[in-house]
Design a protein around this ligand. Sequence first.
Ligand SMILES: C[S@@+](CC[C@H](N)C(=O)[O-])C[C@H]1O[C@@H](n2cnc3c(N)ncnc32)[C@H](O)[C@@H]1O
Length: 255
Amino acid sequence: MELNLSTVELCSTKSTREREMPTAELSCKEYTEKIGEMTEDSQIYLANYAAHRPGISRDEMVDRYTKWAETYDQDLCNTGRYHGPTIAANAVAEEFKDGRNSVKILDIGAGTGNFGKEAYKHGFRELHGIDPSSGMLERCQEKHIYKKLLCDFFQRDTPSLENDAYDCTVVAGAMGEGHLSCDCLYEMIRVVKPGGLVVIVMRKEYLDYVNEYKDCLEPLMDKLEGEKKWQKISREIVPNYSFNKEGVVYKFKRE
Ligand SMILES: C[S@@+](CC[C@H](N)C(=O)[O-])C[C@H]1O[C@@H](n2cnc3c(N)ncnc32)[C@H](O)[C@@H]1O
């Protein structure tokens, strides 16, 4: 696993005032210092950080995931370091009590398919996924859960996705630096059916320091509600989303 502490170390030279501002570097430094820089937990935190580093390009992000794909499940999902897929699957299951086997779900940023694995346990069968990382999708395919996988970025007017096609779109862990942009909210609304469900599960602190989201993501969510594009069902803070950090779970119903 390739580790680079240089950006983390950089923040030790910042002024006291700057250190009080939430940043990706500071959050990373605090985490690794708390648990010790040589532990497996901190190494895996840094592998995750490498795919989310401030200023990362989309291509570098995809490359990071493709290189990480082989051990991603073991590093994050099977070892209790990351609970996004379980939280997301529970959130979707709460809203679909009956007929789950025919609920059509698009998993945005499906990765190695851990949301699908959890959703399958709840009885969901009509699962599609989209992700630009071929390496992550190869691991996903091995699980034989998704009926369709698209190797592409989810973005405004994704060509391969039709209007009103899904009963539900879900995002587990695909929000972050260089990941889904704010205008993907429009795309979620476009591809979900009227009355359908949009679920987004993400690390809460990204709202404070990912430039794309800070002062933008939640205001846009509210604006879309004001324009009657969707209605917020809930916004819930959950503990221990990943690396013992809080997550936020949004549920919206498309108007
Ligand atoms: C932390 S992984 C989460 C994977 C999976 N959802 C899970 O919970 O294990 C983030 C995934 O989002 C994908 N991703 C990032 N930007 C994306 C975009 N614009 N469209 C679709 N997927 C994207 C990455 O390739 C990566 O596989």
